[in-house]
Design a protein around this ligand. Sequence first.
Ligand code: IPM
Ligand code: MN
Length: 351
Amino acid sequence: TRSIDLAVVAGDGIGTEVVEQGLAVLEAAVAGSDVKVTTTEFDLGARRWHATGETLTDADLESVRRHDAILLGAIGDPSVPSGVLERGLLLKLRFSLDHYVNLRPAKLYDGVTSPLAAPGDVDFVVVREGTEGPYVGNGGALRIGTPHEIATEVSVNTAFGVERVVRDAFARAQARPRKHLTLVHKHNVLVHAGHLWRRTVEAVNAEFPDVTTDYLHVDAATIFLTTNPSRFDVIVTDNLFGDILTDQAAAITGGIGLAASANINPDRTAPSMFEPVHGSAPDIAGQGKADPTATVLSVSLLLEHLGLTDESKRVEAAVAADLAERSSLPPGGRVRTTAEVGRELAARVAG
Ligand code: IPM
Ligand code: MN
């Protein structure tokens, strides 16, 4: 038997609802095999912060670290000042556990309606850098609240940090049929960081000679994501550009309810973390309206990361079949609840 110790951070809002279904599908995927999943739930998020003032203590972090992987629902609540949980919990997890590859697949599944009239065959992945860039919190404000206020957020890009994520992106591109990598940045304006990224892509390309590359400024990339998304295979970009582009990528492939992500520590010095791209959606929390599909696809990424490739494929196939069937239902039909979607996906996975 192989045992998987999973840390579960359901978090806020719809996080708890979608994680419950993600776990049910995970259970179904390993049922009958020699894999046993043990879960530890972590009380982190808005409730904990209100009760104790804590976001993520050293003890929490040490405990999370002892697991094989993390499944996260969503973090954030309007009752908590903006940035407290985002920085103190979510980003702290990503940074402390060295999740330098923030992997966000964008695939338009059969039967899913894109807002684009002619999206074509959309199937690309964004490798978003996860530990540097403008997210590091390197900045400050002077003369706050005065007309002379100065606010800075300095983007940090290190040769070490850029090279390791670029190398990971090349490896992913090499493993895909089209073997193409697009660097997205803005080196005509952000010359310091931009040229570091460009030089790094050029240098690492020598290790992956069969991978073709091109470059797009981020503004142009948003145009192509709308006009010709099928041109993309693997995109590598910094933390903030990647944040923005992956929301757009989700929008063109059926919406944020379907978008999965993996915060990966490729060196495996700490557990990787799997989470839907969407947030806590407080407006629909507790109503059973959230689509658990993004979480279930994140579970598929989790299984793949743990080397459970067949299980991962079965979960993705269940989602693909469910999405294909949704499109054949008569319009205006009853929308399934979070639990119903989860139950049907789990049943498909169980076969
Ligand atoms: C995401 C989110 C986070 C991010 C926020 C909540 C800190 O938007 O996972 O994309 O910016 O990375
Ligand atoms: Mn985002």
